[in-house]
Ligand binder design. Structure first.
Ligand code: TRP
Length: 451
């Protein structure tokens, strides 16, 4: 078998893993959830859950992955005893299925980003009819850009870890950050922005334990860090043994929260600016009129206030969003592709194309049944599958894997880890506390636990 891929440097891993974490979840998904769940209360709960739950589980994935240096199914099998092997298969394949379904809906939204980017280019040359088609919600438009997005994603994954994933993740993420900061500064000059920031930053603590809010924040915490399907486990398997894992994980988590927070600082005020300019965003009962389309309504409204420059800014924004989406989608596709390559023995390129096209068929089915399937697949995968699989990963790291092997793995790259705060807290924490928190959130959201 050919040698496995490995990230060529620490920076390369951090950028690739941040590239995976930062995506539509941060800039499209997070603001929608904030706006639908009363602003600051959601932000607060999401941040708390990320620290309490997502970071520890991220570490479980990274350490299992780097130890086993295999695809997810094989990794879980490697740390299992004979008795727990069936659970390893179940967890691994459930993760592969979930990653594939997530890519199934993600590619649709990513396609919208490409279409909106091209629409700005069309505006620039005065091609109004084309621009209208690109921004209108039609079957053909959706199908076209789903296909385009898959070609890009598959093309990168087919080239493997260094030449594909790493190369593209390192280049353009920094640009996205600069552009978002510039837009935040601009929106501060607009009418209505201050109200948006107040709603965003002042949590109404009485809503923090609202069952819908909690389960939605739980899902967001997992989704945003790309947890609970094996993405971070596979990326972990490409990390060199000389790296300090707890620190790498903390860096990625901090960058991801930072970007989501910034996206909120941009999109939530943009909603209020749009409202001040006469765009209707909430209906009479206070629900978002078009939640999936939120940023496709409020950001273009913002760009319009900039006059001619707005078209260029819009073009840039949607290009960068497309890139952010690609650095995430490649990490989803990597989960089934690594398995097809390493456990089933397909060549890299063939694995990427076969698996990629099969998942594209899933997207096509969703596009044809958009009203029924889109929201359902999102809820099924992000609110339920990811947290449940995340807990299974905790069970592997905390209960199934031999503790001394776990310690030895962490000692590679951090020889004194045994005396660190991390080692004093984390093992027992993933073993007991993480599963309990997820269980409590689930029970609470099903009305079984009243607090
Ligand atoms: N975290 C990415 C985002 O916020 C999406 C993502 C990439 C993902 N890989 C994943 C989500 C694996 C769940 C599982 O957009």
């Amino acid at each position: 078998m050919a040698a496995r891929g490995e990230f060529s440097s620490r920076m390369a891993f951090v950028l690739a893993a941040s590239g995976s974490a930062i995506g539509l979840g941060n800039i499209w998904g997070f603001p929608i959830k904030v706006a639908s769940n009363g602003g600051g209360a959601f932000v607060f709960t999401y941040v708390v859950l990320t620290f309490l739950l997502a970071y520890p589980i991220l570490m479980a994935e990274l350490v299992i992955g780097r130890h086993a240096k295999s695809d997810t199914v094989a990794s879980l099998v490697k740390i299992s005893s004979r008795k727990s092997r069936p659970l390893a298969f179940l967890t691994g394949y459930w993760g592969i299925l979930t990653a594939s379904l997530i890519l199934g809906f993600y590619a649709i939204v990513a396609g919208w980003m490409i279409a909106f980017g091209l629409a700005s280019a069309a505006d620039l040359i005065g091609a109004n009819a084309q621009s209208e088609w690109l921004t209108g919600f039609s079957l053909n438009r959706n199908l076209t850009f789903v296909a385009v997005f898959y070609l890009l994603t598959i093309g990168i994954v087919a080239n493997g870890v260094t030449a594909g994933i790493e190369k593209w993740s390192t280049r353009l993420m920094p640009m996205l950050i600069v552009l978002i900061l510039a837009l935040i500064a601009y929106i501060g000059t607009q009418n209505g922005a201050a109200e948006g920031w107040r709603v965003y930053l002042q949590p109404d603590f009485s809503r923090v334990l609202n069952p819908d809010l909690l389960i939605s924040a739980l899902g967001q915490a997992f989704f945003s860090l790309s947890l609970g399907v094996g993405t971070m486990m596979v990326y972990g398997s490409y990390i060199s043994k000389s790296e300090n894992l707890p620190k790498l994980g903390a860096t990625v988590a901090a960058i991801d929260i930072g970007i989501a927070f910034m996206a909120g600082l941009l999109v939530i005020p943009a909603m209020y600016v749009a409202q001040a300019n006469g765009v209707t965003i909430y209906n009479e009962s206070g629900a978002l009129i078009d939640s999936d389309g939120l940023i496709f309504t409020v950001l273009p409204a913002l760009f319009e206030t900039m006059g001619g420059t707005g078209i260029v800014v819009s073009l840039l924004f949607f290009i960068l969003m497309t890139i952010a989406a690609i650095t995430s989608s490649i990490s989803m596709l990597e989960v089934p592709v690594a398995h097809a390559q390493e456990s089933l023995g397909l060549a890299r390129k063939k694995a990427a194309w076969v698996v990629g096209l099969v998942i594209m068929a899933v997207s096509v089915v969703i596009v044809f049944n958009f009203g029924v399937l889109f929201g359902w697949v999102i809820d099924l995968t992000t609110k339920y599958s990811e947290p449940l699989i995340g807990i299974l990963f905790c069970v592997f790291a905390g209960w199934i894997w031999k503790r001394n092997e776990l310690l030895q793995e962490l000692q590679q790259g951090k020889p004194d880890v045994e005396n660190s705060f991390f080692w004093k807290v984390w093992p027992a924490y993933v073993k007991v506390v993480c599963p309990l928190i997820v269980l409590m959130v689930f029970m609470h959201s099903f009305g079984l636990l009243n607090v």
